[in-house]
Write a protein that binds this ligand. Structure first.
Ligand SMILES: [Mg+2]
Length: 343
């Protein structure tokens, strides 16, 4: 078994800017991601690893982790649970790298068995909810163009958290009166201002609010939830399986992302635990190529809300193979993750 990494870059359709306390604002025009290749017995499985600076990952830390991971993966690739356990024992803080390996492993196993990952996991992609298309915080004059581009999608996601929230949502509702709209505050509201900020935007007929304030302010969120007629969903508060129990009764649901939790195996554990607590589940992604989004797409039939539009934010995607119909991103029937590099 051989593990290797390769950096890939992809250009963004629009510079990406979000509000997040503690990080400097700025525009990114392209992304760099790590493709993890797992070769064994003539079959190559691929996975994407996305460094999330917020969780302390860098391109270098991912490459270093994958370089050291080989002996922990071993040659018995059918033993997914124990492989991921060994990786997380050693690399608990490098879950983006573990996610890349986990995806490559699932891709390898599916290719080996000749079945798509969703089938291997006993899932049915027909149950996949529509994905939201993210509209970033931008100059308001770009909003009409962005909403027009998002026309094929049933659900829009707006990043809020600035003083312009009400103005943005007013404009958005003028442009898209009938769409489902969810908002992500990305940790942007002060803990003592969640309720007033929420009350300001509730008239815009919103589906839910994601991560209103910075991670760890659970009492403020619990109090806000008591006032909220719509669900509050944890994102930055919901990183790994161990986080789920303390979010029960605080949030209505969790946003699971492979780059945060460490891949498909860990995501399935989070989803199972959340379901056993009657919590809602959202599945998100980072801005990443079709390779990374595919790993999420294979398990998206398990969740209430899909937010797996990362590849749709690229002007050129280095991978292809995901399907998009009626605003639903679905995996293909091809073996493994069902994606391949664009020639
Ligand atoms: Mg979020």
């Amino acid at each position: 078994m051989k593990l290797t990494t390769q950096r890939i870059t992809a250009r963004l359709r629009y510079p990406f800017r979000i509000a997040r306390s503690g990080s400097s604002a700025g525009d990114n025009t392209e992304i760099t991601r790590i493709v993890v290749a797992l070769e064994h017995e003539g079959i190559t499985g691929l996975g994407e690893a996305v460094p999330v600076p917020y969780y302390g990952h860098t391109l270098e830390s991912i490459e270093q982790t994958v370089a050291e991971a080989g002996p922990l993966v071993g040659d018995d690739l059918e033993d997914v649970d124990r492989i991921i356990d060994r990786l997380l024992d050693r690399f608990d803080s490098e879950r983006a790298a573990v996610s890349g390996i986990d995806s490559a492993l699932h891709d390898w196993l599916g290719k080996r068995r000749g079945v798509p990952v969703w089938k291997m996991l006993g899932l049915d992609p027909a149950q996949t909810p529509p994905t939201s298309m993210t509209i970033g915080i931008d100059r308001l004059e770009l909003l009409p163009e962005k909403v027009a581009l998002a026309e094929p999608y049933q659900v829009l996601k707006i990043k809020v958290g600035t003083d312009a929230d009400v103005e943005t949502l007013t404009q958005l509702r003028r442009l898209a009166p009938d769409k489902r709209v969810r908002v992500d505050a990305n940790c942007g509201w002060p803990p003592d201002a969640i309720v007033p900020r929420m009350l300001q935007i509730l008239p815009f007929d919103l589906e839910f609010i994601e991560q209103p304030t910075k991670a760890g302010e659970l009492e403020a969120v619990r109090a806000a939830r008591a006032e909220s007629p719509i669900p509050l969903i944890a994102d930055e508060d919901s990183v790994r399986p161990n986080d789920v129990p303390r979010l029960d009764g605080v949030y209505d649901g969790i946003n699971v992302k492979l780059s945060k939790c460490g891949g498909i195996r860990e995501a399935l554990r989070m989803i199972r635990d959340a379901r056993s607590r009657s919590m809602q589940v959202m599945l998100g992604c980072m801005t990443e190529t079709s390779l990374g989004v595919a790993a999420a797409a294979h398990i998206a039939s398990l969740v209430d809300y899909a937010d797996i539009d990362g590849h749709l934010l690229l002007s050129e995607d280095p991978f292809t193979g995901l399907q998009l119909a009626d605003g639903v991103v679905r995996p293909s029937d091809a073996p493994g993750l069902g994606v391949h590099a664009v020639a």
